[in-house]
Design a binder for this molecule. Sequence first.
Ligand code: UD1
Length: 342
Amino acid sequence: MSKKILVTGGTGYIGSHTVVELHDAGFEVVVVDDLSNSSVDVLDKIEEISGKKPAFEQFNLADAAKTDDFFKRNQDIAAIIHFAASKAVGESVQQPLHYYRNNLVSLMNILDCQRKYNVANLVFSSSCTVYGQPDQLPVTENTPRKDAESPYGNTKRVNEDILHDSVNAYPELKTIALRYFNPIGAHPSALIGELPLGVPQNLVPFITQTAAGVREQLSVFGDDYDTPDGSAIRDYINVVDLAKAHVVAITRLLENKNKTGYEVFNLGTGNGYSVLQIVNGFEKATGVKLNYKIVPRRAGDIEKIWADTTYANEELGWKAEKGLEETLLSAWNWEKRLRNIQ
Ligand code: UD1
């Protein structure tokens, strides 16, 4: 059986870590990425870590003709992991059409090609954003989804629906949607990690840039939430743990171990940490003091969420293994390497 996996968005943050894990598990990888938010140099870093350089093509999967041409030339693909998407929440409010086109049309083009060229298996990058602020915690896969707070969030929700309905209509297709909680950290080699463009919107890249002196001060958005220390709570998962779950999901599909054509799994640690706990955890793990101040809540933020990971633990046999301090240290080591800090 072919062991060739198409990883869309494979030069991105989660994609690049997943390519390394796929290589380690013996898979052959072809990456498609338009490099709109990543660098082609990542392919060399992947090779440095895993000893293998994935095949690479640069195009945007929202282009139907290019996508079709790619699949026509690569008829030995056994499965797809679809990471490629625009992911900035604020930008999606400003440019909704760009987000809907990029994120929805690309998936539909892939699905058309899966049917035309007989590629049954797809793993999709979804997000805990589909739960909104849940009524009960922790959230299981059966916790009802809520209306999205942003066009970005809505693309995750609608793409889940597109996949669910497609699998229903076309039984030859099989999909696993993985709902990520908050991915953080970097590969222990510090050769790959998160590379935000401009001012980071997410907490941990902002922390590491503040520690590196690139940003003057970290803003902690809100200390008046209904949480033990008043700051908002998330489930932060190490990106390498997350990447490993993709190998498990792909293997499950290839071995026909999925129970239904469309399956959903939460990928988190099961533990919630507040923003202030992350700040303190970073200081403890690295010995670097962070300059931060409390500011008002950020619009659109939820108060608290963390995963019930029972289903992923039992059904996939996968569990997040890395602790918070190790993960925060890996993020700092990556930032230090980027900035040439000893
Ligand atoms: C956001 C998106 C989510 C997306 C994820 C990854 C929303 C509602 N959710 O998650 O869909 O998948 O990014 O891109 O937008 N914080 C600070 N100071 C900062 C930055 C963040 O205090 O400078 C706080 C936030 O208020 C939040 C926590 O840190 O409480 C985590 O924020 P962030 O890393 O941006 O992730 P989410 O907002 O949870």
